[in-house]
Design a protein around this ligand. Structure first.
Ligand SMILES: Nc1nc2c(ncn2[C@@H]2O[C@H](COP(=O)(O)OP(=O)(O)OP(=O)(O)O)[C@@H](O)[C@H]2O)c(=O)[nH]1
Length: 426
């Protein structure tokens, strides 16, 4: 408090300088006017004194002149000139000729201004006035200043004391009611700005109900509005992020489904749902290598529907498709999970049986043949029957390529066809 009192901040200093300068100017003006009025009053009073003195010495001087008593006249003039208010005396005869002239100052120290009183010197003779000459008494500004100096010193001292007291009071008042609250306001705003924490509020200590409290209120309202805007923005951003995450999740799921479908399309036959030729050979090649390493044998059943062209020609392609679907659906019921079935061409299919010898494969193939021969298929009110020929081959330790097995099985199938169809050849 004391430091701020002695060293006010910039605003206080500036305000104090402005107001103090105005006050100093006004005080100087008033003091000067007081001094001038004091001076003029004193000058009037000295003039009156001069007149009274003139009246007092008027008769003795007239008598000395009438009697030509030069000695007495000189004594009177010497007495007058020694008086503090008199700076000079002039006596003129009736022809305006200066007969006595005395000054209390030297030509080197002539006062700034001189004023005087003048009166005629007369002698009464037989009830008549005889003009003897004139008497002029001089006083000066020096005399007036000597008189007013003390009073003026008092006025100046009072003004200086008043100024000094007001000087410090101004500083204290500005610091207390304006500069300090503003400084606190700036410091709190700075804190908010540095911390970026707009949930904080301005809270000035010692605040009164004035413009500063209104400013504080406005700033707090602004901070509240900013906080609300930020919360709204954060909520919007969160909603957008959620929407984005949801959309991405949905798209990812859709893509996964699409990928599955593509994979299925790439690996499966669209009509029967069995593996297509490429995919079947790829997988069975891998399984063959695996079984050779495990020293187990696999079997390969190659199947071809008999006179399928005739079915198409007799019942139409749609019925032909139904037969193909019926055939694969029937086969699937006989297979293990580890077995693979694929469509190698139009009406040609193959089954890969891991860990299966030729006899087991033959039993399965024959079961398929018999089931198909006995199956009666109803399509669009028409009864369709068909048969299938099968060729079987089992792997040998030297077999490393699935195409070798296929070729051998194909020969067997050819044999089955040759021998009249609806047969299994091993
Ligand atoms: N409906 C239908 N027919 C097909 C499909 N793929 C091939 N075919 C037909 O299958 C028939 C096969 O005929 P072929 O090769 O002469 O054999 P086949 O008539 O079965 O005679 P064999 O095999 O000697 O018993 C052809 O008429 C093809 O058009 C298919 O996906 N759907």
């Amino acid at each position: 408090m004391f430091t701020s009192f002695l060293r006010p901040n910039n605003l206080s200093k500036k305000m104090m300088r402005v107001i103090f300068s105005i006050y100093l100017g006004v005080t100087c003006l008033i003091t000067s006017m007081q001094f001038l009025s004091e001076y003029l009053k004193t000058q009037d009073s000295i003039l009156n004194e001069l007149k009274q003195l003139e009246e007092t010495v008027h008769d003795p001087i007239s008598t000395s002149l009438w009697q030509y008593n030069q000695k007495q006249l000189d004594a009177l003039i010497d007495g007058l000139i020694k008086m503090p208010i008199i700076e000079g005396v002039d006596i003129f005869d009736k022809n305006a000729k200066n007969i006595i002239s005395k000054r209390s100052y030297t030509p080197a120290s002539v006062p700034l201004s001189i004023f005087d009183t003048k009166s005629d010197l007369n002698w009464a003779l037989n009830n008549e006035k005889v003009l003897l000459g004139s008497l002029t008494l001089y006083s000066s500004s020096e005399v007036v200043l000597d008189r007013v100096l003390f009073g003026f010193s008092l006025i100046a001292m009072t003004a200086i004391i008043k100024l000094s007291i007001l000087f410090w009071l101004f500083i204290w008042a500005f610091d207390r009611y304006l500069a300090s609250p503003l400084k606190e306001l700036m410091s709190q705003l700075n804190k908010v700005q540095l911390s970026q924490n707009i949930s904080e509020r301005i809270n000035l200590s010692n605040i009164e109900n004035n413009e500063l409290s209104l400013l504080q209120g406005h700033m707090n309202k602004m901070l509240s509005a900013m906080e609300r805007d930020r919360e709204r923005l954060l909520e919007d951003e969160q909603a957008k992020r959620n929407w984005l995450e949801e959309t991405v999740a949905k798209r990812t799921e859709a893509l996964q489904i699409l990928n599955e479908k593509l994979k299925e399309l790439a690996t499966k036959d669209s009509l029967t749902g069995t593996l297509n030729r490429g995919s079947f050979f790829e997988r069975t090649q891998h399984l063959l290598v695996l079984s050779q390493r495990q020293k187990s044998s696999v079997s390969f059943i190659l199947m071809d529907l008999d006179y399928f062209k005739l079915i198409n020609d007799t019942y139409g392609h749609f019925t032909g498709d139904k037969v193909l679907i019926h055939f694969t659906d029937t086969i699937q019921t006989f297979l293990r999970k580890s077995d693979l079935i694929g469509r190698l061409g139009g009406e040609e299919f193959a089954i890969f049986l891991p860990d299966t010898g030729i006899d087991d494969a033959f039993q399965l193939a024959d079961k398929i043949r018999k089931t198909i021969r006995n199956a009666i298929l109803e399509v669009d009110g028409k009864t369709v029957t068909y048969t299938v020929s099968l060729g079987i081959e089992s792997s040998e330790p030297k077999d490393h390529l699935i195409s070798e097995l296929f070729k051998r099985a194909d020969l067997k199938l050819y044999g089955a066809k040759e021998k009249g169809r609806d047969r299994v050849e091993k």
